[in-house]
Design a protein around this ligand. Sequence first.
Ligand code: ADP
Length: 915
Amino acid sequence: MTVSAIMPMTGFYDYSEVARSILIAIAASYAALDLAGRVTAASGRVRLAWLSGGAIAMGIGIWTMHLKGMLAFGLPVPVEYYWPTLLVGLSVAIFASAVALYVTSRPNMSRTDALTGSIVMSAGIAGLHYSLMAAMRMPAITRYSPLLVACSILLAVLFSLIALLMAFGLREETRGTVPRKIGSAIVMGIAISAMHYTGMAAASFFPGPPPDLSHTVSNAPIAGSGVVVATLLVLVAAIFTSSVDRRAHAEIRQVNQDLERRVAERTSQLEAVNQALRKEIAERERAEEALRTSEREQHRIAEQLETERARLIEAQAVAKVGSWETELPSLDITWTEQTHRIFETDPSYFHPTRPGFVELVHPEDRAKVDAAFEASLEKGAASTVKYRIVMADGRVKVLEDHWKVFHDGQGRPARLIGTCQDITERQQAEEDLRGSEDRLRLVIDTIPQQIWSGPADGSLDFCNAQWRSYTGLTLEELQGEGWQRILHPEDRERVLTSWRESVANGTPYEQEERHRRADGQYRWFLARGVPLRDSEGHIIRWYGTNTDIEDRKEADGRLRLVIDTLPALVWSKLPDGSADFLNKRFREYTGLSEEEGLGWGWMKNAFHPEDRAEEEWRAAFAAGEPFEKEARLRREDSSYRWFLLRAVPLRDETGNVIKWYGSTTDIEDRKRAEEALLEAQHKLALVARIQAMAELAATIAHEVNQPLTAIVTNASFSLRQLGGSTPNFDEVRTAITEIVNDGTRASAVISRIRGLLVKGTSRRVDLDINRTIRDVIVLLGNELSRNHVHLRTELAFNLPRVHGDPVQLQQVLINLVMNALDAMRLSTEQARNLLIRSAKNADDIWVLVQDSGPGIEPDLAARIFEPFFTTKVEGTGMGLSISRSIIESHGGHLSLVSSSQGALFEFTLPVTMNE
Ligand code: ADP
């Protein structure tokens, strides 16, 4: 184009127009800020109305500002405007305003919302601006600088964003909003203008061909001013409406708030009233309940009172108490029924009067009754009088009256009210008591016994005449602690300690103590005291007696002297056997102190350990019969001697043992002699046995020697013959025959000797086998006890006698017992028990000996009765053989019986015929 080479036209600004355009921009901005608040506060259709109205007003404002800005720019050529394009610009402005209002009136505005809003808005503003530029019709060509165009659009985006943020921040109605809104509107107005004028600066105008001026309007200043005025009017109207509406709205809100506050106040008042009402109702219910309870309570009290009254009347009747009233000064008397009953008058006939009453009083007491009556009236005081009344039949009753004086308003006595009690029985009882007390005192004083009593603290406040006369002291001198002066100085400490103990513990007191007589001499007394307790067990008083035991003491002393000097060990024991006295000799002999010997100490401390058979002794004491036992007592030098202890019971009248008395005799010598004798007997028996054996052996040797020599000779000859080269068998046979004959002869010799042994000394008598058994036990007793054999005998009573040789039968028994002993000695571990039993069996006497030894092997059982069979080193093997011969010679039988334990031998003996 050629035109392009031409210089651009120089434009100029009408600065008053510029100022007006800025003013419009500020006014439009203010309207925008104000309208955003309105749109936010409204809702529904109103909101739509505000939104569209606001958008139109704002759009017109913005459009007008732009138009004004364009009109403020002058060119050297005439400029016309194509009005359809102007209208397009206006609608764009309204649309952009609607978007802006919509964005800022929403409850929240996010960053994206703000950004999108500002872009749409700036696009609108840019659209408006450049469409207005496009509406220009003039003889010039318009060129744009792209940099400035971009700059103007950026500014449009930036200012739109700022405008949105400001409108959003200011939409709420707060104090000081209007100045802030004006400030913001100025900033926004200037900003919008800045964008517009930057956009204008981006355009350059070059001279060009004349434009088509159809549908154009010129920019005549008046027209421009008309647009401005109309716009301002629209804006002002919009702001005014908005503010009126806002105020109305605010007022409505205020009213609403007031209403709500009042409703709340009213509600809370109502609630308070309600609560008070509820409380009141509850209170009333409670009160009603209390009322009901108290009514019930009153009812109950009334009933109780009624019962009490009935009980009182009853009690009065029982206690024989009546009451009366006397009016003053008329002296009118009223009696209750009970009073009538006391006076034995009939209430329907007898009306008591003063003279009538005095008539009934015992003549001797009338003056007293009158005096009491007068005195009480004079002083106006209560009074009591005891008097007698005389009944029609002459009986006398004792009464006691109490009364009180009641005064009228002027202080004058108006009436007497009193009670009247029949105390006849009580009076009688008191008199009886006094009488019996006097009698008791007389008894106490004349009793031949010292009697005393005192309070719980152990002092003395009473003692009878006996004690006073014994001590020669008065009650005043003895009472309290005074009695202590009569104690013997040696007893004093012991007595007081013991008495204090009794008083402290409430235990009965009993002591032997010496009391000083009036003449200064001391005598022994047994003092006893017992406490009297109340129902709760507290001690009320102590009562005691002192019994003179001087004579008994003296006798005791003498007896003790005698017993102590007796040359015997003497003791006394309680029923159970515990010693309560051991004489001096006993103590000296055993070296025991009194404490060591008393109780069961006499056994534990003085008996030989093997003899301390407490159970046996207790059993003997319990049996209650006199008994004696032997035991070894230890002497002071620790040697033991045998004693025979004898005990005899002392019985009371019912036969119960109350004491045991005993003596002890030294039997050591007798014991020794017995033992020596037994030893001797035993030795004798053994010697006899050995001697018998020796004799037997000698006889055997003598008798058997000859055949034995012949046997040996013949046997030697036979051996020689058989050892030679040509034995003579005939001679050998003869020699052996000789040997057989000699052997038979030797055997016959032995049999004969045994028979001799059995029969030779035989001396038959009728004897008691039990006696023989006992003799053997005595003979071997020592042997048995030395070997700790426990012997048991079961001997039948009343056995018939047997005819036999006592010595031979003894020998059989000795043999059996000694064999048993030998066998049991082999087994050291076991208890050694030996049983000897006798019994009657049909026509036989039957004796059995059983031991607890190892017994006899069955294969040996057949051989033990063979002569010379022995299993013992020093045995002869003849015992059982001889025993069997002896028993068989008596017509009996000796055998070994199989037994579960040990060996069991038994023999029988025929009973004597003539029995
Ligand atoms: P000795 O006594 O001299 O041996 P006896 O004829 O009296 O002769 O006894 C023979 C044997 O019988 C004894 O050696 C012994 O083995 C056995 N005997 C006898 N009595 C008993 C017994 N009570 N217990 C066990 N063995 C016995």
